[in-house]
Design a protein around this ligand. Structure first.
Ligand code: GLN
Length: 552
């Protein structure tokens, strides 16, 4: 099964979830990449959804779309941002995806009339998928994050697959437990017992942790490290203290300081000859920390229902994209979350759009459905009329065109067919390819997904930003600007500065600089391609405009 020579690092969670396994995995990936190895990071989500596309962002955080179009967990976004490269669809799996493949094979008589069982068939499917991921991009090392916590029923089969891989090639597999060490207020001291129990739980699967990453709000002292070492059977130097940090981008540097790169390479019997070069990464991290002038960005969203911490997960890639461009420009973006519902006329809180004047720029991100939509349109109108820099992403571009059609072209009933399929002026429409999916209720993985080429029109803001005639962006939407209205909208002054190569689909819309300093929308999701070491040019251009307004 597992091929000799390729190395696998399995990252598991102990005590509780949500303590930063994704960041720890990304950081280990970067550590090893810095040492000259080609690394792929793999996320395993134990739930039964076949992909993350049908999940509500308030439950699950943002849906991160890969280049291939696969809709995945937000951790994949962190992986790509840390590694500074695209990952493939092989690098992601859910239980649903694995079971679906097994069941489909069974239906096609692929198991030759045998019983089909969790072990060996599902386990072997998992192992084959991990090997395919390793093969698909020629990497030397796979860092595989198994979602959830040790002891969950639903990730047991994945741990079992990992155990068997280790059994077959003991030198090629390492286990890292990312555990949590609480410091209860009443006791005031860090407690190791929950982690000891997590290690013991893991032992009950036949798996011994090789490393413990000790997550806590404070650093772990030597005394506790020694205690954990004895109780958990893990050498003290392989217990790494991972206290809370200001920025997730510090984590790989902290791990390096604790020698984790060398320790992992030793464990996997890999050469340590190539030293790490942290120059660019450190420069980036420093740029995010220096004192800088600020700009206030109002993001008008709708995923407000379950509290603020979820909110930032729902728009994670946008937050990061603003951070990267801010670091590049020496500007610190301060994000304020504005609830689209509040700007709807007659709403409970009834906030006046005039309030938006205080912001240096406004952003309307992607979204679905009716909630708060009239509030977003009112805000866009205000930004246009008051020359407040505006950046519309996906839904934010579609609504920008709806607003323009209503208030500039005078098509007062203009709408997107997503909300009003019977409008007389469907300026945002569903394309033929999508009609069948909607009619059949076939919603999973059927949007316009993944990377498409766009042509960018010279002499426009988009062209100035991208500096290229042809670019690629990732998509996730069902609706498009209706080609039947393009001429009319163009005649009224809006410029479609990005189109599909055949000219049919409108990918970027903007107002000329003479009319407005920055009023631009993109049908794609540029935030998905913004990276610490490669900020996205549209976000950079947007922040420049925000800063210019602040200066006025
Ligand atoms: N709801 C819109 C569509 O499906 C926009 C989607 C998005 O913003 N990602 O086309």
């Amino acid at each position: 099964m597992a091929r000799v020579g390729h190395k696998y690092i399995f990252v598991l969670g102990g005590v509780m979830s949500g303590v930063g396994k994704g960041v720890a995995s990304s950081s280990m990936g970067l550590l090893l990449q810095q040492r000259g190895y080609k690394v792929n990071l793999v996320k395993i989500d134990p739930y039964l959804n076949v992909d993350a596309g049908t999940m509500n962002p308030t439950e699950h955080g943002e849906v991160f779309v890969l280049k291939s179009g696969l809709e995945t967990d937000q951790d994949m976004g962190n992986y790509e941002r840390f590694l500074n490269r695209d990952l493939g669809p092989e690098d992601y799996m859910t239980s649903g995806m694995v079971y679906k493949a097994v069941i489909e094979r069974e239906r096609a008589l692929g198991y030759g009339g045998k019983f089909v069982e969790a072990i060996p068939h599902v386990r072997d499917e998992i192992m084959e998928r991990l090997e395919r991921a390793a093969d698909s991009n020629g990497s030397n090392i796979s860092v595989i994050e198994i979602g959830g916590t040790v002891g969950d029923f639903q990730n047991a089969l994945f741990i079992e697959a990992a155990r068997v891989m280790k059994l077959k090639n003991p030198d090629d597999v390492a286990f890292v437990l990312v555990s949590y060490l609480p410091v209860p207020g009443t006791i005031g001291e860090m407690k190791t017992k929950p982690t000891q129990n997590a290690v013991r739980d893991l032992n009950s699967y036949g798996v011994q942790a090789d490393f413990i990453l000790a997550r806590s709000n404070v650093a772990m002292d030597e005394k506790r490290k020694e205690k954990l070492a004895i109780w958990c059977n893990v050498p003290a130097e392989r217990i790494i203290s991972a206290p809370d940090v200001d920025s997730i981008y510090d984590v790989p540097i902290n791990f390096e300081r604790d020698n984790l790169g060398d320790l992992l390479l030793d464990k996997l019997r890999l050469s340590k000859d190539t030293p790490a070069d942290w120059g660019d990464w450190k420069t980036f991290v420093e740029k995010t920390k220096i004192e800088r002038p600020t700009v206030r960005i109002g993001i008008i969203g709708k995923y407000f229902d379950t509290g603020d911490f979820v909110l930032s997960d729902a728009y994670l890639s946008i937050i990061e994209a603003l951070k990267f461009s801010g670091a590049e420009l020496g500007i610190k973006p301060i994000i304020e979350w504005l609830n689209a519902k509040d700007y709807v006329e007659g709403s409970e809180r009834g906030v006046s759009v005039e309030d938006l004047k205080q912001y240096d720029a406004i952003l309307v991100p992607g979204g679905f459905g009716e909630t708060g939509i009239e509030g977003k349109i009112a805000a866009i109108k205000f930004a246009r009329e008051n020359k407040i820099p505006y950046f519309g992403i996906c839904y934010g571009m579609q609504l920008m065109v709806v607003e323009y059609a209503r208030n500039v072209l005078g098509l007062t009933d203009a709408h997107t067919m997503e909300i009003n399929p019977n409008t007389a002026n469907p300026v945002v429409a569903v394309m033929d390819a999508q009609k069948k999916h909607i009619a059949e209720g076939n919603y999973g993985g059927t949007m316009r997904l993944g990377t498409y080429v766009e042509n960018i029109k010279p002499g426009t803001i988009a062209h100035e930003a991208y500096g290229a005639d042809s670019i690629e962006e990732r998509h996730r939407h069902r609706y498009e600007i209706n080609p039947a209205y393009v001429q009319q909208i163009t005649d009224a002054g809006m410029v479609f500065s990005g189109t599909s190569p055949d000219g049919v689909l409108m990918e970027v819309a903007e107002l000329p600089r003479e009319t407005h300093p920055f009023f631009l929308g993109t049908q794609a999701h540029p935030e998905l391609q913004a990276r610490p070491l490669a900020p996205h040019p549209l976000f950079t251009e947007f922040l420049k405009a925000a800063f210019a307004r602040k200066g006025v």
